[in-house]
Design a protein around this ligand. Structure first.
Ligand code: CUA
Length: 190
């Protein structure tokens, strides 16, 4: 018989408790790994697989994000690409115009610090980082207006940094795009 103060008995207890915890942790980690594999395969939820960079110092001078190229452009496949820049403390364009029922690709970058990109009533929510292009795809089901606040603290003017997103019907949008011609980008900036 071992007494409660027997050093061998307490070593046995400690070993038993440790083994139990080790088993619990292995099970927990297995469940988490299984969740990662399941969401990855079943919902295609994966970390971004490509990183696209852009030169912040020449953003306004040349390349994709020059001012005349910001806004909505109709692609040859009928989809729409919207390019925008975030900078302290506004988005350019201040009002994004997009059609409903058409695949939209947003391409955004920052001219200074990290900003947030969020369109209310949608699941679009991301960071916009200087030196990188953030790309998101979506299709708006119906027409309407959304707010697009910066939701990443970017400085003392952060709370005043937001834009509008106006979703209009496809026919009106395509008509406007045809009138504007290939070289001009659309927005709802007055
Ligand atoms: Cu930009 Cu907060």
């Amino acid at each position: 018989m071992s007494s409660p103060t027997d050093p061998h008995a307490s070593a046995d207890v400690a070993a038993r408790v440790e083994r139990r915890w080790a088993i619990a942790m292995v099970l927990l980690v297995s469940v988490l790994v299984a969740m990662v594999v399941y969401t990855g395969l079943h919902w295609a939820m994966m970390p971004p697989s490509r990183v696209e960079t852009v030169d912040v110092t020449s953003l306004h001078m040349s390349g994709e994000f020059v001012e005349p190229n910001l806004g909505s452009a109709v692609e040859s496949d009928g989809s729409v690409t919207v390019r925008l820049i975030a900078q302290e403390y506004s988005f350019t364009p201040q009002c994004l115009l997009v059609p409903a029922g058409v695949p939209i690709t947003f391409r955004a970058t920052s001219a200074d610090v990290i900003h947030g990109f969020l369109i209310t009533d949608t699941n679009l929510n991301s960071m916009v980082e200087p030196g990188y292009v953030s790309t998101f795809r979506t299709t708006f089901d119906r027409t309407g207006d959304h707010l697009m606040p910066c939701h990443e603290y970017c400085g003392p003017g952060h709370q005043g940094m937001w834009a509008h997103v106006k979703v209009i019907d496809k026919d009106s949008f395509m008509q406007m795009a045809a009138q504007a011609g290939n070289a001009r980008r659309l927005s709802c900036v007055k």
